[in-house]
Design a binder for this molecule. Structure first.
Ligand code: EPU
Length: 328
């Protein structure tokens, strides 16, 4: 596989930024990852992997070799204890994969329906929505280790998952996910705690939960195919309880260690920033945590807008917001 110089990344990022990589190539077979890694070393550039490009903010020129993960394949197997293991290659589309598991009668991923991106990207930031995180369902995964130059298997504990974090995100590119195995527990128990799902009847089945999740997502979050975005642009900040108490009205989610997670959307909203625009970038008018590409936004527009949001929230509430998407 010979990577293409000045590879166009514009079709491969949901924010819709115009961008190029020094070199780029599509990865259709897992063993091409090792080849691409060796190529990157030979030209003295880092290797970055993009899945669906739904959690990246790209510079105009990405000084790297970029691999577009497009490996396909998925299967299910039953364990003796009744648990179903479902495995998918990293390049599978996450939401298509979830829909497939439900169709096959393997329930447990329905709350994670509709999240843009690929299977391989899902563990990097421990995707989560509507009361379930990937960490709750992950059995194990296989990566290519670019330092030790070998395949390695990680079980759930070794992934060191926390809120939107993992060993893979902390190691910033060292590990490239090749395939992921989820464990779907038996008996299946619905998770209906999140606002929007709590009105469903207790005997509801997984397909109906998936349908509700898709409709709640559709009503709140813009479709990136129509309006470029990367989902939540900031983490919900986790702060000291005293700071949380000082902010009247903010939605608070107490954490097991005594700290408190706050709603970043509420904080940004309270600063009056919904609909605020800088260049081609704007804060989505219907959900303050989403930055959108309204009209030909550049990397610079997005970063200036993000800086305004961070500064406003810091000045008004004393809270630091952390950016969720990775910068390449
Ligand atoms: N809110 C506002 N203003 C807004 C939007 C929301 O005040 O403009 C308030 C709502 O009233 C609600 C609270 O903020 O009380 C939480 O809103 P929401 O339920 O939309 O969830 P979120 O905390 O903003 C998180 C995830 C989403 C995930 C949803 C649903 C993060 C950073 N974001 O958003 O994940 O879909 O919960 O589970 O944790 C993503 O990570 O890209 C993402 C979309």
């Amino acid at each position: 596989m010979l990577p293409t110089p000045n590879f166009d990344l514009s079709p491969f990022n949901t924010l819709g930024l115009t961008a190029q990589a020094r070199y780029g190539a599509q990865i259709t077979f897992p063993d091409q990852v090792a080849e691409l890694s060796a190529f990157a070393a030979s030209v003295g550039l880092p290797l970055h992997i993009i899945g669906g490009g739904s959690n990246v903010v790209l510079h105009d020129m990405v000084e790297a070799v970029v691999g577009i993960m497009a490996s396909k394949g998925r299967f299910a197997e039953q364990r003796d204890d009744g648990t179903t293991l479902v495995t998918a290659q990293a390049g599978e589309d996450w939401s298509e994969f979830v829909a497939w598991t439900i169709e096959q009668g393997h329930w447990g991923l329905e709350n994670l329906a509709g999240i843009p991106g690929t299977v391989g990207a899902a563990p990097i930031q421990n995707i989560g929505a509507y009361g379930v995180e990937l960490a709750d369902r992950l059995d194990s995964l296989v990566v290519w280790d670019t330092v030790d130059k070998r395949e390695r298997r990680f079980d759930r504990a070794e992934c060191h998952f926390s809120y939107r974090q993992s060993a893979f995100k902390r190691a910033a590119g060292r590990f490239i996910v090749l395939n992921v195995t989820l464990a779907l527990p038996s008996p299946w128990v619905p998770v209906l705690s999140y606002a929007g799902l709590d009105s469903l009847p207790p005997d509801v089945e997984a397909p109906a939960i998936m349908e509700r999740v898709l409709s709640v997502r559709g009503s709140k979050l813009p479709n990136w195919r129509e309006l470029g975005n990367v989902g939540s642009f900031f983490h919900n900040p986790i702060v000291h309880p005293a700071l949380a108490e000082a902010i009247a009205g903010v939605p608070r989610y107490p954490q097991p260690d005594g700290s408190v997670k706050l709603s970043a959307a509420w904080l940004i909203d309270a600063c009056g920033l919904k609909g605020h625009q800088e260049g081609g970038a704007g804060v989505y008018p219907n959900h303050a945590l989403i930055l959108v590409n309204n009209d030909g936004a550049t990397y610079r527009d997005i970063q200036q807008l993000a800086a305004t949001v961070r500064r406003s929230v810091k000045e008004r509430f004393g809270v630091d917001l952390i950016q969720e998407p990775i910068e390449l």
